[in-house]
Design a protein around this ligand. Sequence first.
Ligand code: NAP
Length: 259
Amino acid sequence: MDLGIRGRRALVCAGSKGLGRGCAEALAAAGVDLVLNARGTTALEATGQHIAATHGVRVTTVAADITTPEGRAEVLAAAGAIDILVTNAGGPPPGLWSDWSREDFIAALDANMLTPIALMQATLPAMIAQGWGRVVNITSQSVRAPIAELGLSNSARAGLTGFVAGTARQVAPQGVTINNLLPGLHATDRAVALDERAAAAQGITVVEAAARRAATIPARRYGTAAEFGAACAFLCSAHAGFIVGQNILLDGGATNMTL
Ligand code: NAP
């Protein structure tokens, strides 16, 4: 399917690896030029070069921490006016509800709620002015069903979800859509880190921990970054203009619910 976005320009945050990279690859495959961000330069440059060479699109890389005001300013200055925004950042650390301090919550809110909100506030005006734009926020299945040890994520992402629900309906009249993608377990570095934690806690190997976690998913496997990216690219496509303010679970059926 031609996604109808060839020649558009996207900012993909936290996109050198994992789900963000999956989104960047799928957008590039649809002919979208990229501004690609991550903190570390090695993976960022390698990913940028790979994508540019594979898909023949222009890729500008910006190594910066997207969760800091300085990092965001650098990324936004390099991006200029964009048609598509994909927000993403690392997730907060796991832990126990009773241990988190005010500072822990502020850090989680900064990274996973206030950063995507600031990026939307900076980029939506140009999208509104041109009468077309797409925003996809990478959040988590924890928005739909809490993950106990990820309480910082549950909290921060719920705040972002509320902001998007209201804002998406305010910008839709100008041809701009905002939606959230809610990943369940996907085979990325983040998932490996959580597998290692589960393995240590249960006294089993990482492979066994991953197998046990995969067995809880109706699809009986982790999702892939490529699958995730394809869903993102569709939400950013010309065909998705009527999808507004949605929270779309990509979890292999793991969240047990009817609606
Ligand atoms: P990942 O494989 O660890 O990749 C994270 C990417 O983000 C890397 O490119 C990393 O590069 C970049 N990054 C991290 N922090 C950044 C920052 N502050 N500024 C700029 N770039 C940053 O993680 P992932 O699995 O793709 O997860 C992406 C998001 O989805 C996370 O918020 C995670 O909590 C959420 N999620 C993932 C899963 C899953 O199963 N994978 C499930 C639910 C939710 P640098 O380290 O070089 O900056």
